[in-house]
Design a protein around this ligand. Structure first.
Ligand code: ADP
Length: 198
């Protein structure tokens, strides 16, 4: 079984490609969803957060106060490292569990959809990295349209991520999504069949 890490900056078109892969019946692990699941009420992840950061980071209904936690880790890098050190091992274990689940079902290809694959040092979990790439102006225009953000808001979000040129250094395959969705899907079809055949 081959495991592919699919990554890309905000607005690069990763969700569009992931949706196509799901529609084709390919096994996709959603790392972003898993990272939310592992801090749901009554999980070991949320218990760790409460122990390390205090009960004040939980809402009355037992959910994580994402806004408050986000605010803290955004301005304090040490707290961000602490949070990551609590949650990354749990996230990795969950990803491994899903990989094994797909393996036992006989899948030959699994896609790990993870925007922060490289930042979270999850490269060792995958055999190959595919990077979805759109140039910055295209990214900006698509996100402004998708999310209704101003240009400055989009630039701030892009700026908070690892620069795409840095990500390119880690990629085995770059999916160019500067043209039409059809052109992009053509590339994806080719690399999927190549990945399935070896
Ligand atoms: P990401 O998941 O990487 O943030 P999305 O897949 O949501 O990005 O794409 C960002 C926006 O751009 C979406 O509204 C999507 O429909 C649109 N989009 C993606 N790829 C293309 C393309 N090749 N041409 C035109 N619009 C696109």
């Amino acid at each position: 079984m081959k495991i592919i890490g699919l990554t890309g900056g905000i607005g690069s078109g990763k969700s569009m490609i992931t949706q196509y892969l799901i529609d084709q019946g390919i096994a996709v692990i959603d790392a972003d969803q898993l990272s939310r699941d592992i801090v749901k009420p009554s999980t070991p992840g949320l218990k760790k957060i409460a122990e390390s950061f205090g009960q004040e980071y939980l809402l009355d209904d037992g959910e994580l106060d994402r806004a408050k936690m986000g605010e803290l880790v955004f301005k304090d890098k040490e707290k961000l490292s602490l949070l990551n050190s609590l949650l990354h091992p749990i996230l990795r274990a969950e990803i491994k569990r899903e990989i094994e689940c797909f393996r036992s079902k006989g899948h030959t290809l699994v896609i790990l959809d993870a925007a922060i694959l490289i930042e979270s040092k999850m490269q060792d979990l995958v055999d190959e990295i595919w990077l979805v790439y759109a140039d910055q102006e295209t990214q900006i225009e698509r996100i402004m349209k998708r999310d209704g953000f101003t240009r400055a808001q989009v630039i701030a979000r892009i700026g908070s991520q690892m620069p795409i040129e840095e990500k390119k250094k880690h990629a085995d395959i770059i999916i160019d999504n500067n043209q039409s969705p059809e052109k992009t899907i053509e590339q994806v079809k080719k690399i999927v069949s190549a990945a399935e055949s070896n």
